[in-house]
Design a protein around this ligand. Structure first.
Ligand code: PGA
Length: 244
């Protein structure tokens, strides 16, 4: 297995290591394509990247970003849209060009058309130089939920009950969580030149074990990463606790 594994003491250390890896990419390739992710896990990473920018150590002026996914049916101004999240947690705080960040547009109702357009956009950029990923409790990456096949391209998905449950904390109730999303496919993710996947906390221990130490199966979408040539897993002790 080509996966490089860094086990950190806790979430703060994980966030620093992850930010250093992304920063190194930006330093070595100033016009790189960063593949970014939402969720609670990368927030600390983004905070560290902002700090590096504020300290004058990092320049995003030539960087392009692509994001994994977006809820279907939310306007970009909705405070739970991933567009909003990315601006709030990173884009508005660094010197990224305004036209250099791409996410699927969840407000576009024609799913097939929007997903095809997004796939073409990411392909036209040559895919991500480094793709940041969180991992779902069920082993999902992006919104590629456990299913019977690895779906290759950007597509519209029905969110599983477990994902809706996990995300309802951000909405007034589970009923308000969108039921669908547009997500990069497994192929879109695997086309990234390198992958940086983060996992923190006991809740993720099972998913980490199944993804990196179990069989490769679409029932555990992240397990496909065992076939990628350049994967770095940064994981804290709790999330790694079942792997020893
Ligand atoms: P989390 O989500 O970082 O909020 O745990 C990760 C994911 O579902 O991909």
């Amino acid at each position: 297995m080509a996966v490089k594994i860094y086990v950190t003491k806790n979430y703060d250390e994980l966030s620093k290591v992850a930010a250093n890896i992304l920063a190194a990419k930006v330093v070595l390739k100033p016009d790189c394509v960063l593949g970014l992710a939402t969720g609670s896990t990368p927030i600390g990473t983004y905070k560290n990247l902002i700090k590096k920018y504020e300290d004058g150590d990092l320049d995003f002026s030539k960087v392009t970003t692509v994001n994994l996914d977006e809820y279907r049916g939310l306007e970009r101004t909705h405070d739970q849209s991933y567009y909003y999240f990315m601006h709030d947690n990173l884009f508005d705080h660094v010197n990224l060009r305004k036209d250099a960040s791409f996410l699927p547009d969840g407000s576009k109702p024609d799913a097939a058309k929007e997903c095809e357009a997004y796939e073409e956009k990411v392909a036209s950029l040559g895919y991500a130089d480094i793709q940041l990923l969180g991992i779902g409790r069920n082993g999902h990456i992006g919104f590629n939920e456990p299913c019977d096949e690895f779906i290759q391209k950007t597509h519209c998905v029905d969110l599983t009950e477990s994902t809706i449950e996990a995300n309802k904390r951000f909405f007034a109730s589970a009923n308000d969580v969108p039921k669908q999303a547009y997500t990069m496919g497994i192929g879109t993710i695997m086309n990234a030149k390198s992958i940086l996947i983060l996992a923190s906390g006991k809740d993720k221990a099972e998913a980490v074990k199944n993804s990196f130490f179990g069989p490769v199966t679409p029932q555990v979408p992240a397990s496909i990463l065992q076939f990628h040539q350049d994967v770095t897993l940064v994981v804290d002790e709790e999330a790694y606790s079942l792997c020893k």
